[in-house]
Write a protein that binds this ligand. Structure first.
Ligand code: PLP
Length: 379
Protein backbone atom coordinates (compact mmCIF):
# COMPACT_ATOMS: atom_id res chain seq x y z
CA UNK A 1 0.00 0.00 0.00
CA UNK A 2 1.56 3.22 -1.13
CA UNK A 3 1.48 6.71 0.32
CA UNK A 4 0.20 7.82 -3.11
CA UNK A 5 -2.91 5.67 -2.62
CA UNK A 6 -3.44 7.03 0.89
CA UNK A 7 -3.22 10.62 -0.31
CA UNK A 8 -5.03 10.44 -3.66
CA UNK A 9 -7.31 7.39 -3.83
CA UNK A 10 -11.00 8.20 -3.83
CA UNK A 11 -10.57 11.98 -3.88
CA UNK A 12 -13.08 13.81 -6.10
CA UNK A 13 -11.96 14.25 -9.69
CA UNK A 14 -12.40 17.00 -10.75
CA UNK A 15 -12.01 18.62 -7.34
CA UNK A 16 -15.15 20.25 -5.90
CA UNK A 17 -15.02 23.98 -6.78
CA UNK A 18 -11.27 23.51 -7.17
CA UNK A 19 -10.78 22.77 -3.47
CA UNK A 20 -7.67 20.63 -3.04
CA UNK A 21 -9.06 19.33 0.25
CA UNK A 22 -12.47 17.67 0.37
CA UNK A 23 -15.03 20.12 1.85
CA UNK A 24 -17.33 19.04 4.68
CA UNK A 25 -20.89 18.60 3.46
CA UNK A 26 -22.68 19.68 6.61
CA UNK A 27 -26.11 18.84 5.22
CA UNK A 28 -28.33 16.07 6.55
CA UNK A 29 -30.43 15.89 3.39
CA UNK A 30 -30.07 16.37 -0.38
CA UNK A 31 -32.49 17.34 -3.16
CA UNK A 32 -34.74 14.49 -4.24
CA UNK A 33 -33.76 13.12 -7.64
CA UNK A 34 -36.48 10.55 -8.35
CA UNK A 35 -34.81 7.78 -6.33
CA UNK A 36 -37.15 4.80 -6.03
CA UNK A 37 -35.38 2.82 -3.31
CA UNK A 38 -35.41 3.90 0.36
CA UNK A 39 -31.67 3.16 0.63
CA UNK A 40 -30.87 5.37 -2.39
CA UNK A 41 -32.38 8.58 -0.99
CA UNK A 42 -29.63 11.12 -0.30
CA UNK A 43 -29.67 11.42 3.49
CA UNK A 44 -26.84 11.49 6.01
CA UNK A 45 -27.92 8.42 7.97
CA UNK A 46 -27.82 6.37 4.76
CA UNK A 47 -24.03 6.90 4.54
CA UNK A 48 -24.21 8.39 1.05
CA UNK A 49 -23.09 12.02 1.46
CA UNK A 50 -20.10 13.11 -0.67
CA UNK A 51 -17.92 12.80 2.46
CA UNK A 52 -18.98 9.17 2.92
CA UNK A 53 -18.53 8.31 -0.74
CA UNK A 54 -14.96 9.63 -0.92
CA UNK A 55 -14.01 7.73 2.22
CA UNK A 56 -15.57 4.51 0.97
CA UNK A 57 -13.51 4.68 -2.22
CA UNK A 58 -10.32 5.50 -0.30
CA UNK A 59 -10.75 2.70 2.26
CA UNK A 60 -11.52 0.11 -0.45
CA UNK A 61 -8.39 1.20 -2.34
CA UNK A 62 -6.25 0.94 0.81
CA UNK A 63 -7.05 -2.74 1.16
CA UNK A 64 -7.31 -3.53 -2.55
CA UNK A 65 -10.93 -4.52 -1.95
CA UNK A 66 -14.14 -4.00 -3.93
CA UNK A 67 -16.04 -1.81 -1.46
CA UNK A 68 -16.04 -0.15 1.94
CA UNK A 69 -18.45 1.41 4.42
CA UNK A 70 -17.74 3.67 7.36
CA UNK A 71 -19.64 3.52 10.65
CA UNK A 72 -19.92 5.57 13.84
CA UNK A 73 -17.35 3.42 15.70
CA UNK A 74 -15.42 0.19 15.39
CA UNK A 75 -18.11 -1.51 17.45
CA UNK A 76 -20.84 -0.15 15.12
CA UNK A 77 -18.95 -1.71 12.19
CA UNK A 78 -18.40 -5.03 13.98
CA UNK A 79 -21.82 -5.46 15.58
CA UNK A 80 -23.68 -4.41 12.42
CA UNK A 81 -21.56 -6.74 10.25
CA UNK A 82 -22.15 -9.73 12.53
CA UNK A 83 -25.89 -9.04 12.66
CA UNK A 84 -26.01 -8.57 8.87
CA UNK A 85 -24.12 -11.81 8.16
CA UNK A 86 -25.86 -14.08 10.69
CA UNK A 87 -29.51 -15.14 11.05
CA UNK A 88 -31.38 -16.68 13.96
CA UNK A 89 -30.23 -20.30 14.43
CA UNK A 90 -26.83 -19.64 12.83
CA UNK A 91 -23.57 -20.47 14.57
CA UNK A 92 -20.33 -18.49 14.67
CA UNK A 93 -16.76 -19.67 15.27
CA UNK A 94 -14.82 -16.90 16.98
CA UNK A 95 -11.24 -16.64 18.23
CA UNK A 96 -11.04 -17.19 21.98
CA UNK A 97 -9.52 -13.79 22.81
CA UNK A 98 -11.34 -11.14 20.74
CA UNK A 99 -11.31 -7.42 21.64
CA UNK A 100 -13.34 -6.98 24.87
CA UNK A 101 -16.21 -5.06 23.23
CA UNK A 102 -16.53 -7.65 20.47
CA UNK A 103 -16.48 -10.42 23.05
CA UNK A 104 -19.18 -8.68 25.09
CA UNK A 105 -21.41 -8.27 22.03
CA UNK A 106 -20.98 -11.90 20.95
CA UNK A 107 -21.47 -13.36 24.43
CA UNK A 108 -24.18 -11.05 25.80
CA UNK A 109 -26.14 -9.95 22.73
CA UNK A 110 -25.91 -12.43 19.84
CA UNK A 111 -27.63 -15.26 21.80
CA UNK A 112 -30.66 -12.98 22.31
CA UNK A 113 -31.07 -13.06 18.52
CA UNK A 114 -30.82 -16.86 18.44
CA UNK A 115 -27.21 -16.79 17.20
CA UNK A 116 -24.84 -19.20 18.94
CA UNK A 117 -21.06 -19.11 19.05
CA UNK A 118 -18.08 -21.25 20.00
CA UNK A 119 -14.64 -19.96 20.91
CA UNK A 120 -11.78 -21.47 18.95
CA UNK A 121 -8.02 -21.58 19.25
CA UNK A 122 -7.12 -19.36 16.26
CA UNK A 123 -3.89 -21.30 15.74
CA UNK A 124 -5.30 -24.79 15.58
CA UNK A 125 -7.37 -25.76 12.48
CA UNK A 126 -8.15 -29.16 14.04
CA UNK A 127 -9.95 -27.30 16.84
CA UNK A 128 -12.08 -25.42 14.25
CA UNK A 129 -12.95 -28.71 12.52
CA UNK A 130 -14.10 -30.26 15.80
CA UNK A 131 -16.34 -27.26 16.58
CA UNK A 132 -17.88 -26.89 13.13
CA UNK A 133 -21.63 -27.64 13.07
CA UNK A 134 -24.15 -27.80 10.21
CA UNK A 135 -25.33 -24.37 11.42
CA UNK A 136 -21.92 -22.66 11.34
CA UNK A 137 -22.02 -19.70 8.93
CA UNK A 138 -18.90 -17.65 9.69
CA UNK A 139 -15.45 -17.68 11.24
CA UNK A 140 -14.22 -14.51 12.97
CA UNK A 141 -10.60 -13.73 13.87
CA UNK A 142 -8.30 -10.74 14.42
CA UNK A 143 -5.08 -10.14 12.48
CA UNK A 144 -3.06 -9.51 15.64
CA UNK A 145 -4.81 -10.31 18.90
CA UNK A 146 -5.23 -7.96 21.81
CA UNK A 147 -3.44 -7.87 24.22
CA UNK A 148 -1.16 -10.88 23.61
CA UNK A 149 -0.21 -10.04 20.00
CA UNK A 150 -0.79 -13.53 18.68
CA UNK A 151 -0.98 -13.91 14.92
CA UNK A 152 -3.64 -16.50 14.02
CA UNK A 153 -3.14 -18.86 11.12
CA UNK A 154 -4.84 -16.39 8.75
CA UNK A 155 -4.26 -18.35 5.55
CA UNK A 156 -5.72 -21.48 7.13
CA UNK A 157 -8.78 -19.46 8.25
CA UNK A 158 -9.51 -18.43 4.65
CA UNK A 159 -8.93 -21.98 3.40
CA UNK A 160 -11.16 -23.44 6.14
CA UNK A 161 -13.91 -20.90 5.37
CA UNK A 162 -13.77 -21.67 1.65
CA UNK A 163 -13.87 -25.42 2.05
CA UNK A 164 -16.78 -25.26 4.52
CA UNK A 165 -18.81 -22.56 2.79
CA UNK A 166 -18.35 -20.07 5.67
CA UNK A 167 -17.84 -16.32 5.62
CA UNK A 168 -14.39 -15.27 6.76
CA UNK A 169 -14.28 -12.10 8.87
CA UNK A 170 -11.19 -10.45 10.32
CA UNK A 171 -10.71 -7.45 12.58
CA UNK A 172 -7.70 -5.81 10.93
CA UNK A 173 -7.43 -2.88 13.37
CA UNK A 174 -4.05 -3.79 14.90
CA UNK A 175 -2.26 -4.49 11.61
CA UNK A 176 -3.87 -1.64 9.62
CA UNK A 177 -4.01 -1.71 5.80
CA UNK A 178 -0.34 -0.72 5.70
CA UNK A 179 0.82 -3.98 7.22
CA UNK A 180 -1.92 -6.39 6.05
CA UNK A 181 -4.69 -6.27 3.45
CA UNK A 182 -7.22 -9.06 4.15
CA UNK A 183 -8.90 -8.99 0.70
CA UNK A 184 -5.56 -9.84 -0.94
CA UNK A 185 -5.53 -13.03 1.13
CA UNK A 186 -9.13 -13.98 0.37
CA UNK A 187 -11.01 -12.74 3.46
CA UNK A 188 -14.65 -11.85 2.77
CA UNK A 189 -14.84 -8.93 5.24
CA UNK A 190 -12.26 -6.83 7.03
CA UNK A 191 -13.35 -4.74 10.00
CA UNK A 192 -11.66 -1.76 11.59
CA UNK A 193 -11.84 0.51 14.53
CA UNK A 194 -10.76 3.62 12.55
CA UNK A 195 -10.62 5.30 15.96
CA UNK A 196 -7.13 3.75 16.04
CA UNK A 197 -4.54 3.70 13.24
CA UNK A 198 -6.69 4.73 10.28
CA UNK A 199 -7.50 8.11 11.82
CA UNK A 200 -4.36 8.02 13.94
CA UNK A 201 -4.90 11.15 16.04
CA UNK A 202 -7.11 9.94 18.93
CA UNK A 203 -9.73 12.60 18.18
CA UNK A 204 -12.72 10.71 16.70
CA UNK A 205 -14.58 7.42 16.97
CA UNK A 206 -15.16 5.66 13.64
CA UNK A 207 -15.31 2.19 12.13
CA UNK A 208 -15.08 0.55 8.72
CA UNK A 209 -16.23 -2.57 6.92
CA UNK A 210 -14.18 -3.42 3.84
CA UNK A 211 -14.65 -6.30 1.39
CA UNK A 212 -16.86 -7.76 -1.29
CA UNK A 213 -19.48 -5.33 -2.67
CA UNK A 214 -22.45 -7.60 -2.10
CA UNK A 215 -21.54 -8.12 1.56
CA UNK A 216 -20.68 -4.49 2.26
CA UNK A 217 -24.01 -3.43 0.74
CA UNK A 218 -25.81 -5.90 3.02
CA UNK A 219 -24.09 -4.32 6.03
CA UNK A 220 -24.93 -0.81 4.76
CA UNK A 221 -28.64 -1.62 4.57
CA UNK A 222 -28.65 -2.84 8.17
CA UNK A 223 -26.55 0.14 9.29
CA UNK A 224 -29.19 2.36 7.64
CA UNK A 225 -31.80 0.75 9.91
CA UNK A 226 -29.72 0.71 13.07
CA UNK A 227 -28.59 4.28 12.53
CA UNK A 228 -24.87 3.95 13.28
CA UNK A 229 -23.66 6.18 10.43
CA UNK A 230 -20.59 8.41 10.68
CA UNK A 231 -21.10 12.16 10.94
CA UNK A 232 -19.68 14.18 7.94
CA UNK A 233 -17.29 16.13 10.14
CA UNK A 234 -15.84 12.87 11.50
CA UNK A 235 -15.67 11.61 7.88
CA UNK A 236 -13.56 14.65 7.03
CA UNK A 237 -11.20 14.09 9.97
CA UNK A 238 -10.85 10.39 9.13
CA UNK A 239 -10.10 11.21 5.48
CA UNK A 240 -7.44 13.68 6.61
CA UNK A 241 -5.92 11.19 9.06
CA UNK A 242 -5.72 8.43 6.46
CA UNK A 243 -3.50 10.54 4.19
CA UNK A 244 -0.56 10.14 6.59
CA UNK A 245 -1.16 6.53 7.61
CA UNK A 246 1.83 5.20 5.65
CA UNK A 247 4.24 7.62 7.32
CA UNK A 248 2.82 6.99 10.77
CA UNK A 249 2.66 3.21 10.60
CA UNK A 250 6.14 2.80 9.14
CA UNK A 251 7.54 4.92 11.98
CA UNK A 252 5.48 2.97 14.53
CA UNK A 253 6.62 -0.40 13.06
CA UNK A 254 10.22 0.66 13.32
CA UNK A 255 9.96 2.14 16.84
CA UNK A 256 7.98 -0.80 18.25
CA UNK A 257 10.59 -3.24 16.92
CA UNK A 258 13.42 -1.23 18.49
CA UNK A 259 11.55 -1.01 21.82
CA UNK A 260 10.77 -4.74 21.73
CA UNK A 261 14.46 -5.53 21.17
CA UNK A 262 15.40 -3.24 24.06
CA UNK A 263 12.83 -4.82 26.40
CA UNK A 264 13.75 -8.37 25.40
CA UNK A 265 17.28 -7.81 26.72
CA UNK A 266 16.20 -6.01 29.91
CA UNK A 267 16.59 -7.96 33.15
CA UNK A 268 13.33 -6.58 34.64
CA UNK A 269 11.23 -8.00 31.78
CA UNK A 270 9.81 -11.47 32.37
CA UNK A 271 7.97 -12.01 29.09
CA UNK A 272 7.33 -10.03 25.93
CA UNK A 273 4.85 -10.33 23.07
CA UNK A 274 5.77 -8.76 19.73
CA UNK A 275 5.44 -10.59 16.39
CA UNK A 276 8.53 -8.85 15.02
CA UNK A 277 10.85 -10.78 17.35
CA UNK A 278 12.20 -14.16 16.23
CA UNK A 279 11.24 -15.47 19.70
CA UNK A 280 7.51 -14.87 18.94
CA UNK A 281 5.79 -18.21 18.16
CA UNK A 282 4.25 -16.87 14.92
CA UNK A 283 7.19 -14.72 13.81
CA UNK A 284 7.69 -16.63 10.55
CA UNK A 285 4.01 -16.34 9.70
CA UNK A 286 4.00 -12.60 10.46
CA UNK A 287 7.14 -12.13 8.38
CA UNK A 288 5.50 -13.85 5.41
CA UNK A 289 2.09 -12.20 5.65
CA UNK A 290 2.76 -8.68 6.94
CA UNK A 291 4.61 -5.69 5.52
CA UNK A 292 5.46 -4.62 9.09
CA UNK A 293 4.87 -6.01 12.58
CA UNK A 294 2.81 -3.12 13.94
CA UNK A 295 3.07 -0.62 16.76
CA UNK A 296 1.57 -2.71 19.57
CA UNK A 297 3.46 -4.77 22.11
CA UNK A 298 2.76 -6.24 25.53
CA UNK A 299 5.01 -7.46 28.31
CA UNK A 300 5.22 -8.53 31.94
CA UNK A 301 7.75 -7.35 34.48
CA UNK A 302 9.48 -9.71 36.90
CA UNK A 303 7.88 -7.78 39.78
CA UNK A 304 4.33 -8.47 38.49
CA UNK A 305 1.39 -6.08 38.97
CA UNK A 306 3.00 -3.82 41.63
CA UNK A 307 6.08 -3.32 39.41
CA UNK A 308 3.81 -2.63 36.43
CA UNK A 309 1.89 0.07 38.31
CA UNK A 310 5.14 1.68 39.49
CA UNK A 311 6.51 1.58 35.90
CA UNK A 312 3.40 3.32 34.52
CA UNK A 313 3.63 6.05 37.16
CA UNK A 314 7.30 6.73 36.34
CA UNK A 315 6.91 7.03 32.57
CA UNK A 316 7.03 10.59 31.24
CA UNK A 317 6.14 10.20 27.54
CA UNK A 318 3.51 7.46 27.09
CA UNK A 319 0.14 8.53 28.48
CA UNK A 320 -1.79 6.09 30.61
CA UNK A 321 -5.04 5.75 28.68
CA UNK A 322 -7.16 3.16 26.88
CA UNK A 323 -7.24 3.00 23.08
CA UNK A 324 -4.29 2.83 20.72
CA UNK A 325 -2.99 3.70 17.29
CA UNK A 326 -2.58 7.46 17.78
CA UNK A 327 0.48 9.65 17.25
CA UNK A 328 1.03 9.71 21.02
CA UNK A 329 2.22 6.56 22.82
CA UNK A 330 -0.44 5.11 25.14
CA UNK A 331 0.05 2.51 27.83
CA UNK A 332 -2.41 0.50 29.91
CA UNK A 333 -2.90 -2.62 32.03
CA UNK A 334 -5.51 -4.65 30.05
CA UNK A 335 -6.63 -6.67 33.10
CA UNK A 336 -8.25 -3.55 34.58
CA UNK A 337 -9.51 -2.03 31.29
CA UNK A 338 -10.70 -4.05 28.26
CA UNK A 339 -10.63 -7.32 30.26
CA UNK A 340 -12.14 -5.94 33.47
CA UNK A 341 -15.45 -7.71 32.75
CA UNK A 342 -13.89 -11.08 31.93
CA UNK A 343 -13.98 -13.39 34.98
CA UNK A 344 -10.54 -13.75 36.63
CA UNK A 345 -10.10 -17.51 35.92
CA UNK A 346 -10.91 -16.94 32.24
CA UNK A 347 -8.50 -13.98 32.13
CA UNK A 348 -5.80 -16.17 33.59
CA UNK A 349 -6.50 -18.96 31.09
CA UNK A 350 -6.14 -16.43 28.25
CA UNK A 351 -2.82 -15.19 29.65
CA UNK A 352 -4.07 -11.70 30.56
CA UNK A 353 -2.31 -11.49 33.93
CA UNK A 354 -2.84 -8.61 36.37
CA UNK A 355 0.66 -7.29 35.59
CA UNK A 356 0.47 -7.46 31.79
CA UNK A 357 1.34 -4.08 30.25
CA UNK A 358 0.16 -3.06 26.77
CA UNK A 359 2.00 -0.33 24.91
CA UNK A 360 0.75 1.45 21.79
CA UNK A 361 3.84 3.05 20.29
CA UNK A 362 3.28 6.54 18.90
CA UNK A 363 5.39 8.59 16.50
CA UNK A 364 7.68 10.21 19.10
CA UNK A 365 11.43 9.77 18.52
CA UNK A 366 12.35 6.13 19.05
CA UNK A 367 15.33 6.97 21.24
CA UNK A 368 13.24 9.29 23.44
CA UNK A 369 10.82 6.43 24.07
CA UNK A 370 13.59 3.94 24.84
CA UNK A 371 15.30 6.40 27.20
CA UNK A 372 12.02 7.03 29.00
CA UNK A 373 11.30 3.30 29.35
CA UNK A 374 14.85 2.71 30.62
CA UNK A 375 14.52 5.35 33.36
CA UNK A 376 11.07 4.09 34.38
CA UNK A 377 12.43 0.54 34.75
CA UNK A 378 15.51 1.58 36.72
CA UNK A 379 15.73 0.73 40.43
N1 PLP B 1 -11.41 -3.80 17.48
C1 PLP B 1 -10.28 -3.66 18.18
C2 PLP B 1 -9.13 -4.58 17.90
C3 PLP B 1 -10.17 -2.67 19.17
O1 PLP B 1 -9.04 -2.56 19.87
C4 PLP B 1 -11.30 -1.83 19.40
C5 PLP B 1 -11.25 -0.77 20.44
O2 PLP B 1 -10.36 -0.71 21.26
C6 PLP B 1 -12.46 -2.02 18.66
C7 PLP B 1 -12.48 -3.00 17.70
C8 PLP B 1 -13.68 -1.17 18.89
O3 PLP B 1 -13.51 0.07 18.30
P1 PLP B 1 -14.29 1.41 18.76
O4 PLP B 1 -13.78 1.77 20.11
O5 PLP B 1 -13.93 2.38 17.68
O6 PLP B 1 -15.74 1.08 18.76
Amino acid sequence: MSNTTAVHAGEPNPRISGAVVMPIFQSSTYLYEDETDYHAARYVRLSNSPNHEVLHRKLAALENAEAALVAASGMAAISTSLLAMLNADDHLLVLDCPYGGTRGFIVEDLPRFGISYTFIDPNDPRDWESKLTPKTRAIYVETITNPLMQVPDLEAVVEFARSNDLLSMVDNTFASPINFRPAEHGFDLSLHSCTKYLNGHSDIAAGAVIGRTVLVEKVRRLLNHLGGSLDPHACYLLQRGIKTIGLRIRQQNQSALAIARFLEDHTSVKSLNYPGLPSHPAHERARTLFDGFGGMLSFELAGGAPAARRFLKRLKIPLVAVSLGGVESLIILPAVTAYANVPAPERKRLGVTDGLIRLSVGIEETQDLIDDIRQALSE
